[in-house]
Write a protein that binds this ligand. Structure first.
Ligand code: 3HC
Length: 292
């Protein structure tokens, strides 16, 4: 079983930057990688902003903020990862991008290094089967916001070495997370529960019979979830919700699993939620209070 001290995270969007923060706070040395120096610097900005917020709330000392940032090497060079023990891929959900990264990693990292994917929708088995060592490929799926939410899904394929899945599960515990182990299936476990609920909420909103705010209040106040479903879609990213819907529909062919038409339209229009400034709600600075 490989002992993990050096971790690399590839892709520094919302999820990747959050995962970098989790490992750096857990005192691991972290390579934070994105495709260009500009993207790597943008990732540094995300992590720094999140740590600054923790300092301003009195949850992190200034010294710990510095120490956490000092553990992270931001880079645009995959070849820096020669000594990584665990690499977590968190790039956009397109199989061809995943394949090209895992193929490149085959030639860079040690044969005993673990390769993990944070994919929320794609087949882990397909990702693993495209590599030279599918037995070391596993899912390590964090939830948004990664620094806050405790759940980590450890996804096992039929090809994985049991010790690899065990190591990743142990690591999640070490990070203070709650791991659940699941086989490779559409939506794994958490999204198989959550996405039909979000999709149903969007379809209900599309009927015009309920406002955004009332619908969200029904989910938040009535069902007791921390956020209403449309607000949650905006947090997760409408493109991500749409992709998971597609994968679940492909697996079940149940009409109720199909991506709702409004969701498809918003994705086509580039209104992807908080990350683009607009989704079901408007997050732009001059939007004011978005009441209904
Ligand atoms: N990074 C770091 N910390 C954050 C954060 C972020 N992005 N967002 C919020 N926080 C912290 C805050 O600092 C605060 O910490 P404190 O209580 O110690 O001061 C705490 O989280 C609560 O934040 P707020 O007071 O600002 O706001 P809320 O109480 O409304 O909590 C929330 C925000 C944590 C996002 C909460 O609303 C929540 O848990 N929402 C549900 C999120 C959820 O369900 N995520 C799963 C989505 S599914 C998914 O990701 C899978 C994918 O595959 C689709």
């Amino acid at each position: 079983m490989v002992s993990v001290t050096k971790v690399a995270v590839i892709g520094l969007g919302t999820m990747g930057a959050g995962i970098v923060e989790v490992f750096a706070k857990g005192e691991f040395a972290v390579y934070a990688v994105d495709g260009t120096t500009e993207l790597a610097e943008r990732g540094r900005g995300f992590v720094t902003k999140s740590l600054d917020r923790a300092v301003s709330k009195g949850k992190l000392t200034e010294a710990d903020r510095h120490a956490t940032l000092d553990r992270i090497t931001f880079t645009a060079e995959l070849t820096d990862l020669v000594d990584a023990d665990l690499v977590i891929e968190a790039v956009p959900e397109r199989m061809e991008i995943k394949h090209s990264i895992f193929t490149a990693l085959d030639d860079i990292v040690r044969p005993d290094a673990i390769l993990a994917s944070n994919t929320s929708s794609l087949s882990l088995t397909e990702i693993a089967a495209g590599t030279r060592h599918p037995e070391r490929v596993v899912g390590m799926h964090f939830f948004n916001p990664a620094p806050v939410l405790k759940l980590v899904e450890v996804i096992r394929t039929v090809l994985v070495d049991e010790s690899v899945a065990d190591t990743v599960r142990e690591l999640a515990l070490q990070l203070g997370k709650k791991p659940v182990v699941v086989g490779d299936r559409a939506g794994f476990v958490a999204n198989a529960l959550l996405i039909p609920y979000l999709s149903r909420a969007i379809a209900l909103y599309e009927t015009g019979k309920v406002s955004r705010v009332d619908l969200d209040n029904a989910g938040r106040v009535g069902i007791g979830l921390p956020m209403g479903p449309l607000t949650l879609c905006d947090l997760v990213g409408l493109d991500v919700v749409h992709e998971v819907c597609k994968v679940m529909y492909d697996a079940t062919k149940r009409p109720s699993d199909a991506s709702p038409s409004l969701l498809r339209q918003l994705v086509l229009a580039g209104r992807l939620g908080r990350k683009t400034g607009q989704g079901f709600y408007d997050y732009s600075a001059d939007a004011g209070v978005d009441e209904d």
